[in-house]
Design a protein around this ligand. Structure first.
Ligand SMILES: NC(=O)c1ccc[n+]([C@@H]2O[C@H](COP(=O)([O-])OP(=O)(O)OC[C@H]3O[C@@H](n4cnc5c(N)ncnc54)[C@H](O)[C@@H]3O)[C@@H](O)[C@H]2O)c1
Length: 317
């Protein structure tokens, strides 16, 4: 990876991934792709090149790939789970027609491609505890359907055309930088903002609902490590289970109360979010990622909580 394009660079993951890639590969070698209305701001804008890249427009992707001699694309364009349920056709257009455009450009111009899948690619009939790498994937949400298709289409381009596609199934990502974009796990970010602001948190997910989560530094490291991994060791491609922690709302609340004893939480369950959460795994088995490219996360719930509270307190001061 010498010249990298991040599509969806101003989203929750993209905004931090772009900065991390610039740190590792040089500012001028990482292009922040964005769409009109979601322009880069501040350090993201100042620190390196940026370009309008709409995934639904293949010619636009190709022009940027040619101009910057791109050899690796991180394709993060998507509608997240809750938003996708209200706009299913648009979710498909961005997630799948968009991916098709990216893969075609990658085939023509020999680019490696990373397009994240998700814990949302599983469904009710999947084993929910220690969900295996290779198992039943029959989701009923448009988000999940588009993620399973992402995995299959990415593998198809690798097997048929040799395009170097690789991916992970991200759990819910927790970060103190860019707010999440409308997913089922957003509560696990919002709860920290409430704690730091001294507000009571109203949780939209029911007590006892376990989901896999991950702190942003581990998510970034996972994506980049996989793209740098020795291809001869990869048995799987799209997409690897990766895991670092699994908790329910009570556990994250208690982890926060250790540091903010006055923090309080009540429940007002959102039926759509709860339905989606119920269909997702409680925890993932990430043995294949550990064996094939040495996946090894650094943060657990407690160390993440300390860091989140510290960073958000400084930010919101
Ligand atoms: N955040 C999470 O917890 C999480 C968990 C699992 C998987 N993922 C996956 O990671 C990827 C990034 O997620 P995120 O949380 O940063 O999402 P986000 O909603 O914060 O960002 C998505 C980005 O896509 C951009 N976008 C929308 N339409 C586009 C188009 N037509 N062309 C180009 N860009 C377009 C948006 O402007 C935004 O910058 C997605 O594929 C998502 O499904 C995220």
């Amino acid at each position: 990876m010498k010249h990298i394009l991040v599509i969806g660079a101003t989203g929750q993951i993209g905004s931090e991934l772009t900065m991390e890639l610039r740190k590792r590969y040089g500012n001028s070698n990482v292009v922040a792709g964005y769409i009109s209305g979601a322009e880069p701001q501040g350090e993201l804008k100042e620190s390196g090149p940026s370009a309008i890249v709409d995934v639904t427009n293949g010619a636009m992707i190709e022009a940027v790939v040619k101009e910057y001699q791109i050899d690796a694309i991180y394709n993060l364009a998507a509608l997240l789970s809750v938003v996708a349920e209200s706009k299913p056709m648009l979710a498909w257009k961005i997630g799948i027609d968009g991916l098709w455009n990216v893969l075609e450009v990658a085939r023509e111009h020999q680019c490696a491609v990373f397009t994240p899948s998700s814990i949302g690619s599983f469904g009710e009939s999947t084993p929910h505890v220690q969900t295996p790498q290779d198992t039943i994937q029959r989701p009923r949400t448009m988000y999940g359907i588009s993620k399973v298709t992402t995995e299959l289409l990415s593998d198809y381009y690798y097997n048929k055309y040799g395009v170097d596609t690789r991916s992970v199934r991200f759990p819910g990502i927790i970060s103190n930088v860019t707010p999440p974009g409308g997913g089922t796990t957003d509560y696990a970010v919002d709860i920290y903002y409430s704690a730091v602001k001294g507000e009571k948190f109203v949780c939209p997910i029911a007590k006892g609902t376990f989901m896999d989560m991950m702190y942003m530094p581990d998510a970034l490291n996972g994506a980049i490590s996989l793209m740098e991994a020795d291809p001869s060791r990869l048995v799987h491609r799209n997409a690897f289970n990766i895991a670092s922690m699994s908790f329910d709302p009570e556990m994250i609340c208690k982890a926060i109360q250790i540091h903010v004893p006055s923090f309080e939480m009540t429940y007002e369950v959102d039926p759509l979010k709860q339905r989606i959460a119920n269909s997702w795994p409680d925890s993932l088995d990430d043995t294949c990622a550990r064996e094939e490219w040495d996946w090894n996360p650094a943060f657990n719930l407690n160390t993440m909580t300390v860091d989140m509270l510290e960073k958000l307190s400084a930010k919101l001061k």
